[in-house]
Design a protein around this ligand. Structure first.
Ligand SMILES: *Cc1c(COP(=O)(O)O)cnc(C)c1O
Length: 231
């Protein structure tokens, strides 16, 4: 079933690329495997998926040991500073940086291990009650502050758009994030590239691609509904 779902998602991605004149290989699919067992992840892995998204440090640490070595883990959830050191060498990209203090800790831990951490800054320009992410001005400010930190590279922006029934409702948000990335890129800051836009989930990834997403994070559409086990 996971394999069939994947084929469906991949053909949807292709269709969205065709509609918007974008190249298929410029869009990467992250399979969001939070709460799902390693056996499900292996089904996706066997179908060719290497990028997996998780939102809990403990889950990454556990799954990291069990998955093949070329698995690429993405931290897509809120990251607490005191847990940075547990995941810094296990993830290829931290999508959810929304404060200078978090970036500082990532920089410190990266220096300790002699590596350079790739991060995205989390933006929330929907202007709604969502818990994390910065507005437009806050994002510009934070990117320029973080760009001064050693051992850290800002690769782009990430957003979690509101849950909507009609994905068209999120088109403007995705477009604004794309514009913001262009504006930041124009500043030509050191250590800032803006090549990655991580946006779009099961409900709206096609619209996100049409508006410039380079990473889409799809969970339910691949693995089915999540069971958080609390009724
Ligand atoms: C859970 C999650 C996703 C995947 O959501 P689906 O609707 O299941 O595709 C994507 N991004 C983030 C940040 C998430 O927490």
């Amino acid at each position: 079933m996971i394999k069939d779902n994947l084929q469906k998602v991949q053909s949807n991605i292709r269709a969205a690329c065709d509609r918007s004149g974008r190249e298929y290989d410029r869009v990467s699919l992250i399979a969001v495997s939070k709460t799902k067992p390693v056996s499900d992840m292996m089904e996706a892995y066997d179908a060719g998926i290497r990028d997996f998204g998780e939102n809990k440090v403990q889950e990454i640490v556990e799954k990291y040991e069990k998955m093949p070595k070329d698995t690429r883990f993405h931290m897509i959830g809120h990251l607490q500073r005191n847990k940075v050191r547990q995941v810094i060498d296990k993830v290829v990209l931290i999508h959810s940086v929304d404060s200078y203090r978090l970036a500082q800790e990532i920089s410190v831990q990266a220096q300790k291990r002699g590596l350079v951490s790739d991060i995205l800054v989390e933006v929330n320009i929907a202007g709604e009650e969502s818990k994390f992410g910065l507005d437009r001005e806050g994002t510009i400010q934070l990117v320029s502050e973080i760009s001064e930190l050693p051992n850290i590279k800002i690769k782009g922006l990430m957003t979690v758009a509101p849950y909507v029934v009609d994905s068209e409702q999120n088109r403007e948000i995705f477009h604004k994030i794309w514009e913001l990335a262009v504006d930041i890129k124009d500043k030509k800051l050191d250590n800032v590239s803006m090549d990655i836009l991580s946006m779009g989930m099961t409900g709206d990834y096609m619209v996100a691609i049409e508006e410039g997403a380079t990473y889409v994070r799809v969970g339910t559409g691949i693995f089915g509904e999540r069971d958080y086990g609390n009724g």
